[in-house]
Design a protein around this ligand. Structure first.
Ligand SMILES: NC(=O)c1ccc[n+]([C@@H]2O[C@H](COP(=O)([O-])OP(=O)(O)OC[C@H]3O[C@@H](n4cnc5c(N)ncnc54)[C@H](OP(=O)(O)O)[C@@H]3O)[C@@H](O)[C@H]2O)c1
Length: 334
């Protein structure tokens, strides 16, 4: 048997328009050797996020990706050798070491997960995805019982959890998703009160019918036409949670935005507030405990869409922009 190698996907070149297989390059190198203060980690699950594509567009909340480097991405792994204080062989850790089998990392870049929860939950619902839904909705959106909460990309990772948490908060919940199948699934399986297929056209009219009392909180995962339609349906003092802009990531140039603050933001006294989940990490423990309990009690369904094999990571990421996933898309490695 040949010597084990470190299989990696490099970010090969910036895409022109949509990402494609040739945005990435497969290489195999030697497994790194950890130095003092480092741990060697073997990847078990990779998180696939629309943000992976946004990082190719330039500086965001982090530096732009550099061609020729290992493709970045959030991952869960197992320590196989440790020269780092506080970490031992077998520990489960998370971090951003990207699309590869192994990485040697300083301890400060690794967060230990002291839980027996399955890795499928630790890669999304009980980590970044769940925390984004939890803090974005409850802290930024501040829903009240009886409010109408609208969420876009509702059948995806963050959206599916936002809708379910909003139901627990006593709200009426409406989602948008691509295709009637996803919309039916949202109402039949996840307890949404209504769902609108944004690909079927006449989005504003369909949303107005689905939200007869207007919208109090719009959780915006997509930007684009759904945001435009939602803006006009907002109630007085409504809150728009600006979580992401997935309709504008996988394009050559994002569509231009409004030239001024739309008049209705002023007249309706709307609050549009962006956030990054890490803003709330000092309260991470509290949120993870609640999310874990909701999932264990069956009050929230944690939907995970696992693709097997590191070799399939590019195709799995491309699929996010075609709406191929339901819930959290992740790649199981090894
Ligand atoms: N602020 C933060 O800290 C933070 C953290 C995590 C994620 N996010 C953001 O949250 C949003 C959702 O992320 P996620 O991880 O949960 O991904 P996701 O929703 O699981 O996957 C992306 C979904 O977006 C939809 N989509 C793709 N292209 C679209 C388009 N042109 N217009 C409308 N919808 C489109 C697809 O569903 P359909 O079939 O419905 O089209 C797809 O399933 C993203 O904008 C992401 O950047 C923000």
């Amino acid at each position: 048997m040949g010597e084990a190698m470190n299989r990696q996907w490099l970010y090969a070149k910036p895409p022109v328009g949509k990402i494609a297989e040739d945005t990435f390059q497969w290489v195999e190198t030697a497994i790194p050797v950890p130095r003092d203060g480092e741990a060697l980690v073997r990847t078990r699950m990779l998180s696939l996020d629309p943000a992976n594509r946004a990082w190719m567009m330039g500086k965001t909340y982090r530096d732009a990706l550099e061609p020729g480097r290992v493709m970045s991405g959030f991952a869960i792994g197992e320590v196989v050798e440790s020269k780092a204080p506080g970490l031992a062989k077998g520990d489960i850790v998370e971090g951003d070491w990207g699309w590869q089998d192994y990485a040697a990392l300083p301890v400060r870049q690794l967060a230990k997960r002291d839980t027996k929860a399955p890795l499928e939950l630790l890669i999304g619902p009980l980590s970044v995805t769940g925390l984004t839904a939890y803090f974005g909705l409850l802290e930024v959106g501040r829903p009240k019982p009886g409010d109408t909460v609208l969420v876009s990309a509702a059948a995806g990772a963050v959206g599916s959890m936002v809708g379910q948490i909003a139901r627990l908060a006593g709200c009426r919940v409406v989602g948008t998703a691509g295709g009637q199948d996803k919309c039916d699934w949202l109402t039949a399986e996840l307890g949404f009160d209504a769902a609108v297929d944004y690909k079927a056209g006449a989005v504003r009219r369909a949303l107005a019918a689905a939200c007869p009392d207007g919208v109090d909180v719009y959780f915006d995962n997509t930007g684009g036409p759904v945001l435009e339609a939602a803006l006009s349906l907002m109630n007085l003092r409504g809150r728009i949670v600006c979580c992401g802009n997935v309709s504008q990531y996988d394009v050559e140039k994002p569509a231009p935005g409004p030239m001024a603050v739309p008049g209705l933001v002023v007249t309706k006294r709307l609050r549009l507030e962006g956030f990054i989940v890490m803003d709330f990490y000092d309260r991470r423990g509290e949120a993870e405990a609640r999310l874990a309990k909701w999932v264990a009690d069956g009050r929230i369904k944690a939907i995970v869409d696992v693709v097997d094999g590191l070799e399939n990571a590019p195709e799995a990421l491309i699929g996010l922009f075609d709406g191929k996933n339901r819930g959290k898309r992740a790649v199981r490695v090894g």
